[in-house]
Design a protein around this ligand. Sequence first.
Ligand code: 13P
Ligand code: SF4
Length: 303
Amino acid sequence: VTTHLPWVDAIARLKKSRGAVIMAHSYQSPEIFHGVADVTGDSLALAQAAATCDADTIVLCGVHFMAETAKILAPHRTVLIPDQEAGCSLAASITADDVRALRARHPGAPVVTYVNTSAAVKAESDACCTSANAVQVVRAMGADKVIFLPDRFLGAHVASQVDDVELVLWDGRCEVHETFTVQQARHARERFDAALVAHPECPPDVQAEADFVGSTTAMGAWLEKARPQRVALITECSMADNLRVRFPDVEFIKPCNLCPHMKRITLPNIHACLKELRHEVTVPPDVAARARRALQRMLDIGR
Ligand code: 13P
Ligand code: SF4
């Protein structure tokens, strides 16, 4: 902790002088999440915060699609990301051409796109969603058939909740969540008597084993109500690290996996980002305008 303090202090000073707000996703390391962030939460919370932000500059501590989303929703703000290489296997799994080809194959079916996608893919979509509101957004389309992109496992989770809508899925996967196994989940329950909470990007058999499936913010809300003695959060490791402070009486058990993209963001590169005002995230205005419509539809539906 002591090695972090000089960075935390220096970032706080710079942040003030730049008129910047730091937004951090739940998967950011605790020294970022608790040490320097002004706004924290799941992808939906960060999008909502960007849409209503009045600071000059937003530093997005998360992955690139989150910074693009912030820029699209806050076009007059400067949006910075501390490391431009912070990608996402889901966002990399699909292109705008793929979406156009799917539309041609399923004429008339609306396209609902997980926010874990590029701005160009969002621009081809009717509505965006996050793991917090995917079911609500699919229902709001009012269609018999919906093209749901790109996460196959989140898609399977939505399909299990919405019987009367046929979902056309894509084969995108989160490289962090797809590797969890049902054996790991059962081990946590049987060996440690732990409650199981899984992210909907986990494989369906892992989700079926869980006591609760939900977004990173929803996991915190579930713990608030259920207050288990022990829990395994089957998701990125920082989730448990960040929630430990809020739930000192709960014991957090593995498994968890690190996201190499989320972990590219560090205190030193946040400091450099504020000092040198880099790396600015931009989205071509025509793409941004079309993507904003899909994102706005998601925000209107809410959580
Ligand atoms: P949320 O559940 O917070 O939306 O995030 C999922 C994720 O994997 C973001 O990278
Ligand atoms: Fe992408 Fe998975 Fe990492 Fe989230 S955890 S940024 S979905 S690779």
